[in-house]
Design a protein around this ligand. Sequence first.
Ligand SMILES: [Zn+2]
Length: 188
Amino acid sequence: MVGDVDDTTLKLNPQTLLPLHAPHPFDHPEYRQHRQWMERAIALAQAAGDAGEVPVGAVIVDSQGRLIAEAENRRERDHDPTAHAEILALRMAGQAIGTWHLTQCTLYVTLEPCPMCAGALVLARVARLVYGADDPKAGAVRTVINLPDGACSNHHLPVVGGILESVCRQQLQSWFVQRRHLAPDKYL
Ligand SMILES: [Zn+2]
């Protein structure tokens, strides 16, 4: 199941106008919470970008709203093809709570997970995924393929996409523009 909240495209249907005193959807406490954690993931992504990595950041929060893990992409620095932000955060969360069953946890990540990370989220039985920008090249939650709802998945993963989408997307785009300028052969 994929929910979607996009700051730039969300429109209220005039047939379902909210009562006068109802909070605007963007002021809903749950949405505010999503933005707050996504801002933290964006800061982690920025640190990765500054270190020469593709800027992706992830945080994991437990059911009480406590931060239990945070990580940024470290693929270049660790010489590790699996050192994506989500994988590192999942490992840290497992250590923090003493189990690989992350059934009470929400993972926030700036970019739609790739097949490896989407698979790991399913294996970890994560309660919910919240992400920022769609990944048209490798998005494995809905954009290219949908692994969590696929035949090899035995876990239902609720997904919320599009949180601070434009900020997450621009962060990645400007990083790639800068890198292509610095090393045109490496980033075609
Ligand atoms: Zn990944």
